[in-house]
Design a protein around this ligand. Sequence first.
Ligand code: ADP
Ligand code: ZN
Ligand code: MG
Length: 476
Amino acid sequence: MDYEVVIGLEVHAQLLTESKIFCGCSTKFGAAPNTHTCPVCLGMPGVLPVLNRKVVEFTLRLALATHCQIARTSRFARKNYFYPDLPKGYQISQYELPVAEHGWLDIEINGETKRIGITRIHLEEDAGKLVHDESQSLSYVDFNRTGVPLIEVVSEPDLRTPEEASTYLKKLRDIVRYLDICDGNMEEGSLRCDANISLRPVGSEGFGVKTELKNMNSFRFVQRALEYEIKRQRAVLEQGGTIVQETRLWDSDKGVTHGMRGKEEAHDYRYFPDPDLVPVVVDDEWIENVRKELPELPDAKKARFIKEYGLPEQDAVILTGSKDLADFFEACTARFPQPKKVSNWIMVELLRVLKRDDKEIDQCPVTPEALADLLKMVDENVISGKIAKTVFEEMYVTGKAPELIVEEKGLKQVTDESEIARVIDGVLEAHPNEIEEYRAGKEKLFGFFIGQVMKQTSGKANPKIVNKILKEKLKD
Ligand code: ADP
Ligand code: ZN
Ligand code: MG
């Protein structure tokens, strides 16, 4: 039997607010354990939570960017469960009335656009962190993360392949980064993804039983965990078995998923409206103010890059993959207005060295202005394109200006025709046999002569001029 894969993602994003969702404690990462806490986030008796307005504003940004309907009134609910990282014995979340519902975002798959539905976006608080010390068989708990604001974005079961799932996740990460509401770092856990997956016979209407995968802290792991789970579920079904609805953990060392626990149902959590918090009321004016402040989003920027700069789609996709990279491109193009040349350099040279050194564009030692100056020097034949790569590498390592490097290292292109002619004469004199063979029809040897001239000038001779003079001299 042929099966169709059905995937829906639940993505948690930590919001970049200064303070926690219901108290004034700092959200800063990396502080000494339990120093960013207060009676509210520690769940002491008698305290009252007060909603951080910024958290709602950040959520509105994402809701608008993903075309959601925004609830004029939404509510917080208590999700009750016991775990040592949850001091109150319940998590404040949203249940039947989330802030936003019924949105979508578009992903590009094999050159085609596919629209993925967003079921809902709701607000909740993060739990603390357990620290296990196996040498003492002890566990500690750090409550600094307790009460850090999260949004949960739930997708419709519209995704059909692991690749679609990771593309959707990447798009969502790009958007939250553009909106400046989450740093999108999966390794550090500020963006977390639970993947729900099931198989069904091709052509059938209903959905199969799903499993929920957790613990995948990179795009690659999301994709690999889903690929593994497809194989596993298929094998179970093909042997006539049934899928158990459960939560499974991805083990990245072994490349497999393990059953962790049976899936809880909503009623297990005994959700009820939180009596300590008033409803969240959002009016049209607030929504319009947020809408006015929205930055240009990835899709719009991509379309503009294609139209305004005449870039191929593929270039625009890569350059708008991060806002910082897009800004870099635009700053460079403003100073050296040949967009395609700038794009090529960024995509081939710049991204290569950044990837090699595991750096982000905002840590790049080469400024867009310096790169523009380098490209200008190539354009004006001051240096060759090949030498420019050496200069670039030096700029990247030292942060020096290209002019300075070219000057210091004597890399200026030789364009003086008489000087080049002199080198060519020398080369021809040293290779009489090759000249004969060339004239007898072995045209390949032209490249050999060029190579010799370049070698003697350390790559600095202007290739066009070398070509021209060499042709003339080889004629007779
Ligand atoms: P639950 O009640 O188990 O939390 P939900 O209906 O709330 O399930 O959906 C949670 C996530 O799982 C959503 O992203 C949804 O798209 C996805 N989902 C729901 N049913 C299926 C299914 N049969 N197969 C794959 N994904 C599913
Ligand atoms: Zn606090
Ligand atoms: Mg659910």
